[in-house]
Write a protein that binds this ligand. Structure first.
Ligand SMILES: [Zn+2]
Length: 299
């Protein structure tokens, strides 16, 4: 924490940090591509050739924010330095915000940055199953169960241990819902393990090596072991960090945050998680921009 405070104690230090992440190969003008600029009093980079004033925060989650970058950096630190993350109330308290709404919006934006643009798909061997989140009783497969949200879970197996994961909310367990999710999450030709549910009936036809490792397809119970372990951790995390108060329309954002943390669980250093999140926060990707503007009203 002290190290962090020392490194980012001025606005200038934060801007320089963003500069390096945004232009790792050195400055490049957004308008004309020229590689030299003057810095201005307003912390902008004025292109020597076309005079366009480049902002290091344009198009990122920091754009248009009235709060200093210092405060943003503290928020990111708060979010990444804790093993289980943070909720809006905690963030509001730490940053001394008057409004819960602001804290919530910031968290939303930061969660958008946790979806790595163009991230690599899972490969090698992958276990796939679906599970219900929320509600009390196990539901019937393929139909909506009361108060429950169905999620798609893909877990990579690396030397018999859990590798990376992908999670996604799905409307039902039909082949029409499962197949696009598989294609989005898993590299072609990968070995995919599932149970005998008919939604997986065409997995080998869509470009994968399909193995049925369990004959008895039932939802909510009897998950494949590695999937089961990930889902238990996810449920515990949702309960611990968010007291289980996650509304279905927002679930995808929480799934992204969990995935972001889970896939970096062995990186050891919290600093690395911080670096990665700031790096993704300055990346300008259409998917990301769409996420930021999906300002759903928190109820
Ligand atoms: Zn220029």
């Amino acid at each position: 924490m002290m190290e962090f405070e020392q490194q980012f104690n001025t606005e200038q230090a934060c801007i320089e940090y963003l500069f390096k992440l945004r232009w790792p190969q050195g400055f490049q003008c957004i308008k004309c591509g020229h590689n030299k600029a003057w810095t201005t009093k307003e912390n902008l980079y004025r292109c020597v050739k076309c005079e366009f004033k480049n902002s290091v925060t344009a198009g990122t989650i920091f754009q248009d924010s009235k709060k200093p970058l210092k405060v943003w950096f503290r928020a990111i630190w708060h979010l990444t330095s804790q093993k289980y993350g943070a909720n809006a109330l905690g963030l509001q308290r730490v940053l001394g915000f008057g409004s819960y709404r602001t804290a919530w919006t910031w968290l939303h934006k930061l969660r958008c940055a946790m979806v790595r643009p163009g991230r690599n798909r899972l490969s090698g061997m992958v276990d796939i199953d679906e599970a219900y989140i929320g509600g009390k009783r196990p539901g019937k497969r393929g139909r909506g169960a009361e108060g429950k949200t169905l999620i798609f879970v893909a877990v990579e197996s690396k030397d018999n241990r859990i590798g990376r994961i992908r999670l996604k909310k799905i409307p039902d367990a039909s082949a029409e819902s499962l197949e696009p999710s598989i294609k989005e999450a898993v590299e072609p030709k990968t070995i995919i393990n599932t149970d005998d549910w008919r939604g997986y009936g065409r997995v080998s036809q869509i470009g994968y090596t399909h193995k049925i490792v369990r004959k008895n397809p039932e939802i909510g119970v009897n998950l494949l072991p590695r999937v089961n372990r990930v889902v238990s951790l996810l449920k515990r995390w949702l309960l611990g960090t968010y007291q289980g108060r996650v509304q279905p329309p927002f679930l995808d954002y929480y799934l992204d945050e969990f995935t972001f943390r889970f896939n970096r669980r062995t990186s050891g250093s919290r600093g690395k998680l911080f670096y990665r999140l700031v790096q993704q926060a300055v990346a300008i990707e259409p998917l990301f921009v769409k996420c930021i503007h999906s300002q759903i009203v928190d109820s």
